[in-house]
Design a protein around this ligand. Sequence first.
Ligand SMILES: CC(C)(COP(=O)(O)OP(=O)(O)OC[C@H]1O[C@@H](n2cnc3c(N)ncnc32)[C@H](O)[C@@H]1OP(=O)(O)O)[C@@H](O)C(=O)NCCC(=O)NCCS
Length: 191
Amino acid sequence: MSTQQRDSGFHALETEKSVAYVKRGKEYIAVVATLSDKLMAEIATLKMAYWPYDLSSQMRWMRDNLRDSDQHVLMRRGNDLIGYARLTLRDSKIIGVSTVCVSPTFVRQGLGTIVMAVANERIDAEQNRFGLLCCRADLLPFYEGCGWQRTSCDCFYADRPTEMYFRDSCIMSRNAPNRLPKSLLIEGPTF
Ligand SMILES: CC(C)(COP(=O)(O)OP(=O)(O)OC[C@H]1O[C@@H](n2cnc3c(N)ncnc32)[C@H](O)[C@@H]1OP(=O)(O)O)[C@@H](O)C(=O)NCCC(=O)NCCS
């Protein structure tokens, strides 16, 4: 990275010239819609710290499940990818947030909160959409600290209305309408 790039706050990695990273604290953040194979492998490697799938299954899952309309929050320290979140459009009203993670070496240093702040900015910029995520109960305080609210609606697949959409039962939302229906039908695969 040249000094000029560093001072301007923008940072183009030699191997990733098309992505403009913005400096935030010690980290560099970008939001991208398209993932190169290299980026996908970096995300897969980061996810492998937490989800018990090997590199090839992670890559296969991403190739099968990521959509062109997805956005990806990337956080780097130097060249290393240390934080990630996926944003997924669902229906005309939902932005799903999933796969929020920070490298185990860097947890509890406020970086997850920064990744979520970037996700929040994207959600807040969309007047007619609200953010939705599903998490484990132990992470409710983390997401609440990130400005999300516990939400009591039950989510089902739109085309299979008796089948729960999420595996975990803790649903959180951001900017949701005051009166979300008790049952929310969501189109498309789980995010
Ligand atoms: C969840 C995760 C992204 C949080 O990232 P992080 O960088 O450690 O979070 P922050 O440092 O910004 O945490 C801010 C606050 O949230 C709360 N918090 C963070 N992680 C928490 C945890 N695992 N359990 C309970 N509270 C937590 C704490 O109050 C923390 O403040 P503190 O450290 O001063 O106590 C990270 O732990 C992670 O990658 N986990 C594994 C992957 C995962 O399970 N992702 C969630 C999928 S739904």
